[in-house]
Design a protein around this ligand. Structure first.
Ligand code: G3I
Length: 356
Protein backbone atom coordinates (compact mmCIF):
# COMPACT_ATOMS: atom_id res chain seq x y z
CA UNK A 1 0.00 0.00 0.00
CA UNK A 2 1.53 3.35 -1.02
CA UNK A 3 3.02 5.19 1.94
CA UNK A 4 0.82 8.21 1.58
CA UNK A 5 -2.31 6.06 1.52
CA UNK A 6 -1.06 4.22 4.64
CA UNK A 7 -0.48 7.53 6.37
CA UNK A 8 -3.89 8.82 5.37
CA UNK A 9 -5.55 5.63 6.60
CA UNK A 10 -3.62 5.85 9.85
CA UNK A 11 -4.64 9.47 10.37
CA UNK A 12 -8.27 8.56 9.66
CA UNK A 13 -8.09 5.68 12.15
CA UNK A 14 -6.60 7.93 14.81
CA UNK A 15 -9.20 10.66 14.32
CA UNK A 16 -11.93 8.01 14.48
CA UNK A 17 -10.43 6.62 17.67
CA UNK A 18 -10.12 10.04 19.25
CA UNK A 19 -13.70 10.76 18.28
CA UNK A 20 -14.65 7.79 20.41
CA UNK A 21 -15.35 5.43 17.56
CA UNK A 22 -13.39 2.57 19.05
CA UNK A 23 -16.35 0.70 20.49
CA UNK A 24 -18.29 0.82 23.76
CA UNK A 25 -16.50 1.63 26.97
CA UNK A 26 -16.71 -0.56 30.00
CA UNK A 27 -20.01 0.04 31.68
CA UNK A 28 -19.11 2.26 34.63
CA UNK A 29 -18.98 0.22 37.78
CA UNK A 30 -18.81 -2.99 35.80
CA UNK A 31 -17.96 -5.70 38.29
CA UNK A 32 -14.29 -6.45 38.07
CA UNK A 33 -14.79 -9.95 39.29
CA UNK A 34 -11.81 -11.22 37.38
CA UNK A 35 -13.97 -14.02 36.14
CA UNK A 36 -14.73 -15.01 32.54
CA UNK A 37 -16.12 -12.31 30.31
CA UNK A 38 -19.88 -12.20 30.10
CA UNK A 39 -20.02 -12.49 26.33
CA UNK A 40 -17.61 -13.31 23.57
CA UNK A 41 -17.74 -10.27 21.27
CA UNK A 42 -17.47 -11.26 17.65
CA UNK A 43 -14.81 -8.94 16.39
CA UNK A 44 -13.59 -8.34 12.88
CA UNK A 45 -11.58 -5.50 11.43
CA UNK A 46 -7.90 -4.69 11.90
CA UNK A 47 -5.98 -6.37 14.69
CA UNK A 48 -2.90 -5.18 16.56
CA UNK A 49 -0.84 -8.14 15.36
CA UNK A 50 -2.07 -7.74 11.80
CA UNK A 51 -1.29 -4.02 11.72
CA UNK A 52 2.23 -4.21 13.12
CA UNK A 53 5.16 -3.50 10.78
CA UNK A 54 7.84 -6.19 10.38
CA UNK A 55 10.18 -6.38 13.37
CA UNK A 56 7.67 -5.15 15.94
CA UNK A 57 5.75 -7.60 18.13
CA UNK A 58 2.63 -6.47 19.98
CA UNK A 59 2.05 -8.42 23.17
CA UNK A 60 0.08 -8.83 26.37
CA UNK A 61 0.64 -10.20 29.85
CA UNK A 62 -1.49 -13.30 30.27
CA UNK A 63 -2.90 -15.23 33.22
CA UNK A 64 -4.78 -18.45 33.91
CA UNK A 65 -7.79 -16.81 32.24
CA UNK A 66 -6.17 -18.08 29.03
CA UNK A 67 -7.55 -21.49 29.98
CA UNK A 68 -10.72 -20.46 31.83
CA UNK A 69 -12.26 -18.03 29.36
CA UNK A 70 -12.50 -18.95 25.64
CA UNK A 71 -13.24 -15.33 24.72
CA UNK A 72 -10.06 -14.18 26.47
CA UNK A 73 -7.99 -16.86 24.70
CA UNK A 74 -9.51 -16.01 21.31
CA UNK A 75 -8.72 -12.33 21.87
CA UNK A 76 -5.08 -13.09 22.71
CA UNK A 77 -4.67 -15.40 19.71
CA UNK A 78 -6.23 -12.81 17.39
CA UNK A 79 -4.49 -9.64 18.57
CA UNK A 80 -1.02 -10.51 19.85
CA UNK A 81 2.28 -11.91 18.57
CA UNK A 82 3.93 -11.99 22.02
CA UNK A 83 2.79 -12.97 25.52
CA UNK A 84 4.33 -12.52 28.95
CA UNK A 85 3.23 -14.79 31.82
CA UNK A 86 2.01 -12.13 34.27
CA UNK A 87 2.92 -14.14 37.38
CA UNK A 88 3.47 -17.80 36.48
CA UNK A 89 7.25 -17.64 35.99
CA UNK A 90 8.07 -15.52 39.03
CA UNK A 91 10.26 -16.94 41.80
CA UNK A 92 7.35 -17.12 44.28
CA UNK A 93 5.37 -19.19 41.75
CA UNK A 94 8.16 -21.47 40.55
CA UNK A 95 10.47 -22.03 43.56
CA UNK A 96 8.47 -21.14 46.65
CA UNK A 97 10.60 -23.69 48.47
CA UNK A 98 14.31 -24.04 47.76
CA UNK A 99 15.08 -26.63 45.12
CA UNK A 100 11.44 -27.55 44.50
CA UNK A 101 10.34 -26.22 41.11
CA UNK A 102 6.70 -25.86 40.06
CA UNK A 103 6.02 -25.05 36.41
CA UNK A 104 2.35 -25.94 35.92
CA UNK A 105 0.71 -22.72 34.75
CA UNK A 106 3.84 -21.42 33.04
CA UNK A 107 4.12 -24.71 31.11
CA UNK A 108 0.54 -24.34 29.97
CA UNK A 109 1.08 -20.74 28.84
CA UNK A 110 4.30 -21.57 26.95
CA UNK A 111 2.68 -24.61 25.32
CA UNK A 112 -0.39 -22.59 24.30
CA UNK A 113 1.72 -19.74 22.91
CA UNK A 114 4.04 -22.08 21.00
CA UNK A 115 1.04 -23.86 19.48
CA UNK A 116 -0.33 -20.45 18.35
CA UNK A 117 3.01 -19.26 16.97
CA UNK A 118 3.22 -16.55 19.63
CA UNK A 119 6.56 -15.56 21.20
CA UNK A 120 6.99 -15.63 24.99
CA UNK A 121 8.82 -13.05 27.11
CA UNK A 122 10.14 -14.79 30.22
CA UNK A 123 9.28 -12.70 33.30
CA UNK A 124 11.10 -12.36 35.65
CA UNK A 125 14.12 -14.16 37.09
CA UNK A 126 15.52 -11.73 39.71
CA UNK A 127 12.98 -9.43 41.38
CA UNK A 128 12.80 -8.51 45.05
CA UNK A 129 9.01 -8.31 45.03
CA UNK A 130 8.43 -11.93 43.99
CA UNK A 131 11.17 -13.38 46.21
CA UNK A 132 9.87 -16.02 48.65
CA UNK A 133 10.62 -15.65 52.34
CA UNK A 134 13.44 -18.20 52.44
CA UNK A 135 15.52 -15.97 50.14
CA UNK A 136 15.38 -13.17 52.69
CA UNK A 137 16.95 -15.52 55.27
CA UNK A 138 20.17 -15.86 53.27
CA UNK A 139 22.99 -13.73 54.69
CA UNK A 140 26.00 -15.27 52.91
CA UNK A 141 27.11 -13.80 49.56
CA UNK A 142 28.44 -17.04 48.10
CA UNK A 143 25.27 -18.91 49.02
CA UNK A 144 23.04 -16.19 47.50
CA UNK A 145 25.09 -16.26 44.28
CA UNK A 146 24.75 -20.02 44.16
CA UNK A 147 20.99 -19.88 44.77
CA UNK A 148 20.52 -17.20 42.11
CA UNK A 149 22.47 -19.25 39.57
CA UNK A 150 20.51 -22.41 40.35
CA UNK A 151 17.16 -20.61 39.91
CA UNK A 152 18.18 -18.92 36.67
CA UNK A 153 19.54 -22.15 35.20
CA UNK A 154 16.45 -24.10 36.23
CA UNK A 155 13.99 -21.71 34.60
CA UNK A 156 15.99 -21.07 31.43
CA UNK A 157 16.83 -24.72 30.79
CA UNK A 158 13.22 -25.70 31.47
CA UNK A 159 12.11 -23.22 28.79
CA UNK A 160 14.75 -23.36 26.01
CA UNK A 161 12.09 -22.11 23.59
CA UNK A 162 11.81 -18.85 25.56
CA UNK A 163 14.58 -16.71 24.11
CA UNK A 164 13.70 -13.34 25.65
CA UNK A 165 13.99 -12.89 29.43
CA UNK A 166 13.53 -10.10 31.95
CA UNK A 167 16.60 -11.24 33.90
CA UNK A 168 16.63 -8.44 36.48
CA UNK A 169 13.54 -6.39 37.31
CA UNK A 170 13.36 -3.05 39.20
CA UNK A 171 16.81 -3.06 40.80
CA UNK A 172 17.18 0.75 40.70
CA UNK A 173 15.50 2.56 43.58
CA UNK A 174 13.11 5.52 43.43
CA UNK A 175 15.11 7.27 46.16
CA UNK A 176 17.00 10.48 45.32
CA UNK A 177 20.03 9.66 43.23
CA UNK A 178 18.48 6.35 42.31
CA UNK A 179 20.99 3.92 43.84
CA UNK A 180 20.32 0.20 43.68
CA UNK A 181 17.37 -0.52 45.94
CA UNK A 182 18.42 -1.51 49.44
CA UNK A 183 15.41 -3.76 50.08
CA UNK A 184 16.45 -6.43 47.58
CA UNK A 185 17.44 -9.79 49.09
CA UNK A 186 19.87 -10.19 46.20
CA UNK A 187 22.04 -7.31 47.44
CA UNK A 188 23.54 -9.89 49.83
CA UNK A 189 25.30 -11.34 46.77
CA UNK A 190 27.37 -8.16 46.49
CA UNK A 191 27.26 -4.93 44.46
CA UNK A 192 27.80 -6.88 41.26
CA UNK A 193 24.73 -9.10 41.74
CA UNK A 194 23.15 -7.72 38.58
CA UNK A 195 26.20 -8.63 36.49
CA UNK A 196 26.21 -12.05 38.16
CA UNK A 197 22.57 -12.63 37.21
CA UNK A 198 23.14 -11.75 33.56
CA UNK A 199 26.28 -13.90 33.34
CA UNK A 200 24.42 -16.86 34.84
CA UNK A 201 21.54 -16.30 32.38
CA UNK A 202 23.90 -16.13 29.40
CA UNK A 203 25.60 -19.34 30.50
CA UNK A 204 22.20 -21.02 30.87
CA UNK A 205 21.14 -20.10 27.32
CA UNK A 206 23.67 -18.28 25.11
CA UNK A 207 20.95 -17.82 22.48
CA UNK A 208 18.60 -15.90 24.76
CA UNK A 209 18.16 -12.12 24.64
CA UNK A 210 18.61 -10.80 28.18
CA UNK A 211 16.79 -7.70 29.44
CA UNK A 212 16.90 -5.31 32.35
CA UNK A 213 13.32 -4.15 33.10
CA UNK A 214 12.07 -1.20 35.17
CA UNK A 215 9.25 1.31 35.73
CA UNK A 216 8.95 5.14 35.89
CA UNK A 217 11.87 5.46 33.47
CA UNK A 218 9.98 5.80 30.20
CA UNK A 219 11.01 9.43 29.61
CA UNK A 220 14.12 11.43 30.40
CA UNK A 221 14.35 11.69 34.21
CA UNK A 222 16.63 10.94 37.15
CA UNK A 223 15.70 7.27 37.20
CA UNK A 224 16.19 6.70 33.48
CA UNK A 225 19.51 8.55 33.76
CA UNK A 226 20.55 6.14 36.53
CA UNK A 227 19.46 3.10 34.52
CA UNK A 228 21.31 4.45 31.48
CA UNK A 229 24.53 4.82 33.53
CA UNK A 230 24.08 1.36 35.07
CA UNK A 231 23.62 -0.40 31.74
CA UNK A 232 26.36 1.62 30.01
CA UNK A 233 28.83 0.59 32.74
CA UNK A 234 27.74 -3.07 32.74
CA UNK A 235 28.08 -3.23 28.96
CA UNK A 236 31.55 -1.67 29.25
CA UNK A 237 32.46 -4.56 31.62
CA UNK A 238 31.33 -7.03 28.97
CA UNK A 239 28.21 -8.10 30.87
CA UNK A 240 25.86 -9.90 28.41
CA UNK A 241 22.88 -7.52 28.45
CA UNK A 242 20.98 -7.34 25.15
CA UNK A 243 17.97 -5.19 25.90
CA UNK A 244 16.10 -2.89 28.23
CA UNK A 245 12.41 -3.00 29.07
CA UNK A 246 10.45 0.11 30.03
CA UNK A 247 7.25 -0.89 31.79
CA UNK A 248 5.25 2.27 30.98
CA UNK A 249 2.57 2.00 33.66
CA UNK A 250 0.98 5.36 32.86
CA UNK A 251 -2.24 7.33 33.35
CA UNK A 252 -4.43 9.39 31.04
CA UNK A 253 -2.58 12.63 31.86
CA UNK A 254 0.84 11.35 30.74
CA UNK A 255 2.47 13.55 28.10
CA UNK A 256 4.69 11.38 25.93
CA UNK A 257 6.21 14.33 24.09
CA UNK A 258 6.90 16.48 27.16
CA UNK A 259 8.43 13.42 28.89
CA UNK A 260 10.83 13.02 25.93
CA UNK A 261 10.12 9.30 25.59
CA UNK A 262 11.49 9.01 22.05
CA UNK A 263 14.76 10.70 23.06
CA UNK A 264 15.06 8.41 26.07
CA UNK A 265 14.46 5.20 24.14
CA UNK A 266 16.84 6.29 21.39
CA UNK A 267 19.73 6.80 23.80
CA UNK A 268 19.40 3.20 24.98
CA UNK A 269 19.25 2.03 21.37
CA UNK A 270 22.49 4.00 20.84
CA UNK A 271 24.09 1.75 23.51
CA UNK A 272 23.36 -1.14 21.16
CA UNK A 273 20.42 -2.39 23.25
CA UNK A 274 17.08 -3.69 22.03
CA UNK A 275 14.24 -1.64 23.53
CA UNK A 276 10.88 -3.10 24.59
CA UNK A 277 7.89 -1.40 26.20
CA UNK A 278 7.01 -4.28 28.48
CA UNK A 279 4.01 -3.56 30.75
CA UNK A 280 1.98 -0.81 29.13
CA UNK A 281 -1.27 0.31 30.68
CA UNK A 282 -2.90 3.75 30.87
CA UNK A 283 -5.26 4.19 33.82
CA UNK A 284 -8.19 6.58 33.87
CA UNK A 285 -8.48 9.01 36.75
CA UNK A 286 -12.25 8.67 36.79
CA UNK A 287 -15.08 6.86 34.98
CA UNK A 288 -14.66 5.78 31.34
CA UNK A 289 -16.43 8.78 29.80
CA UNK A 290 -15.93 9.43 26.07
CA UNK A 291 -13.51 12.26 26.84
CA UNK A 292 -11.49 10.11 29.25
CA UNK A 293 -11.31 7.33 26.68
CA UNK A 294 -10.10 9.85 24.10
CA UNK A 295 -7.34 11.01 26.43
CA UNK A 296 -6.36 7.39 27.09
CA UNK A 297 -6.33 6.66 23.34
CA UNK A 298 -4.04 9.64 22.74
CA UNK A 299 -1.52 8.41 25.31
CA UNK A 300 -1.51 4.92 23.80
CA UNK A 301 -1.11 6.37 20.30
CA UNK A 302 1.74 8.69 21.21
CA UNK A 303 3.55 6.04 23.25
CA UNK A 304 3.49 3.49 20.44
CA UNK A 305 4.52 6.20 17.96
CA UNK A 306 7.51 7.02 20.18
CA UNK A 307 8.31 3.32 20.46
CA UNK A 308 8.35 2.95 16.68
CA UNK A 309 10.35 6.16 16.18
CA UNK A 310 13.03 4.76 18.49
CA UNK A 311 13.10 1.34 16.83
CA UNK A 312 11.41 -0.67 19.58
CA UNK A 313 10.89 -4.35 18.79
CA UNK A 314 8.13 -5.18 21.30
CA UNK A 315 5.16 -3.25 22.70
CA UNK A 316 3.45 -5.32 25.39
CA UNK A 317 0.27 -4.46 27.30
CA UNK A 318 0.11 -5.44 30.95
CA UNK A 319 -3.03 -7.49 30.63
CA UNK A 320 -5.67 -8.29 28.02
CA UNK A 321 -9.03 -6.87 29.15
CA UNK A 322 -9.76 -4.25 31.80
CA UNK A 323 -11.32 -7.01 33.90
CA UNK A 324 -8.08 -9.05 33.86
CA UNK A 325 -5.85 -6.11 34.78
CA UNK A 326 -4.00 -5.64 38.09
CA UNK A 327 -5.43 -2.11 37.86
CA UNK A 328 -8.91 -3.24 36.77
CA UNK A 329 -10.70 -0.50 38.69
CA UNK A 330 -9.09 2.17 36.50
CA UNK A 331 -10.06 0.78 33.06
CA UNK A 332 -6.38 0.72 31.89
CA UNK A 333 -6.35 -1.42 28.74
CA UNK A 334 -7.51 -1.11 25.10
CA UNK A 335 -10.17 -3.81 25.62
CA UNK A 336 -13.04 -3.34 28.07
CA UNK A 337 -14.27 -5.85 30.65
CA UNK A 338 -15.96 -7.90 27.94
CA UNK A 339 -13.03 -7.78 25.51
CA UNK A 340 -14.59 -5.12 23.30
CA UNK A 341 -12.12 -2.67 21.73
CA UNK A 342 -12.05 0.83 23.21
CA UNK A 343 -10.85 3.94 21.34
CA UNK A 344 -7.32 3.05 22.44
CA UNK A 345 -7.42 -0.03 20.19
CA UNK A 346 -8.07 2.01 17.05
CA UNK A 347 -5.46 4.54 18.21
CA UNK A 348 -2.86 1.77 18.51
CA UNK A 349 -3.78 0.51 15.04
CA UNK A 350 -3.29 4.02 13.69
CA UNK A 351 0.11 4.26 15.39
CA UNK A 352 1.11 0.88 13.94
CA UNK A 353 0.05 1.89 10.43
CA UNK A 354 1.38 5.42 10.54
CA UNK A 355 4.85 6.53 9.50
CA UNK A 356 7.60 5.30 11.89
O1 G3I B 1 -1.93 -16.96 43.38
C1 G3I B 1 -2.21 -16.40 44.68
C2 G3I B 1 -3.48 -17.03 45.25
O2 G3I B 1 -3.28 -18.42 45.44
C3 G3I B 1 -3.83 -16.34 46.56
O3 G3I B 1 -5.06 -16.86 47.05
C4 G3I B 1 -3.96 -14.83 46.34
C5 G3I B 1 -4.31 -14.08 47.59
O4 G3I B 1 -3.13 -14.02 48.40
O5 G3I B 1 -2.70 -14.33 45.83
C6 G3I B 1 -2.39 -14.92 44.56
O6 G3I B 1 -1.15 -14.39 44.10
C7 G3I B 1 -1.25 -13.04 43.65
C8 G3I B 1 -0.71 -12.97 42.22
O7 G3I B 1 -0.67 -11.61 41.75
C9 G3I B 1 -1.57 -13.80 41.25
O8 G3I B 1 -2.84 -13.22 41.21
C10 G3I B 1 -0.35 -12.17 44.56
O9 G3I B 1 -0.93 -12.13 45.86
C11 G3I B 1 -0.27 -10.76 43.99
O10 G3I B 1 0.69 -10.01 44.73
C12 G3I B 1 0.23 -10.84 42.54
O11 G3I B 1 0.24 -9.51 42.05
C13 G3I B 1 1.02 -9.35 40.85
C14 G3I B 1 2.22 -8.42 41.17
O12 G3I B 1 2.96 -8.18 39.97
C15 G3I B 1 3.15 -9.02 42.19
O13 G3I B 1 3.76 -10.17 41.64
C16 G3I B 1 0.15 -8.71 39.78
O14 G3I B 1 -0.87 -9.63 39.39
C17 G3I B 1 1.00 -8.36 38.55
O15 G3I B 1 0.22 -7.64 37.60
C18 G3I B 1 2.17 -7.49 38.98
O16 G3I B 1 2.96 -7.24 37.85
C19 G3I B 1 4.15 -6.48 38.10
C20 G3I B 1 5.25 -7.01 37.18
O17 G3I B 1 5.44 -8.40 37.38
C21 G3I B 1 6.54 -6.22 37.39
N1 G3I B 1 6.29 -4.79 37.19
C22 G3I B 1 5.23 -4.24 38.05
C23 G3I B 1 3.93 -4.99 37.81
C24 G3I B 1 2.81 -4.40 38.65
O18 G3I B 1 3.09 -4.56 40.02
Amino acid sequence: MPRTLRSLLAALLLSTALAGGGGPASSPGAPNSGGPSRSAPTLNGPTLKGSAPPGLRVGAAVSAALFEDPAYAALVAREFSSVTPENAMKWQATEANEGTFVYGLADAIVTWATRHGIAVRGHTLIWHDSAPGWLYQIRDAARMRQVMGAHIRALMTHYPQVTTWDVVNEAVSDAPGHPLRANSPFAVAGPDYIAHAFREAHAANPQARLYYNDYSADGINGKSDAIYALLRDLLAQGVPIHGVGFQAHLDETYDVTASRVTENLRRFRALGLDVHLTEVDVTLRGPPTPDALKRQARVYHDLLTACRAAGCSNFTLWGVTDLSSWRAAAYPLPFDDDGRPKPAHAALIAALRGPP
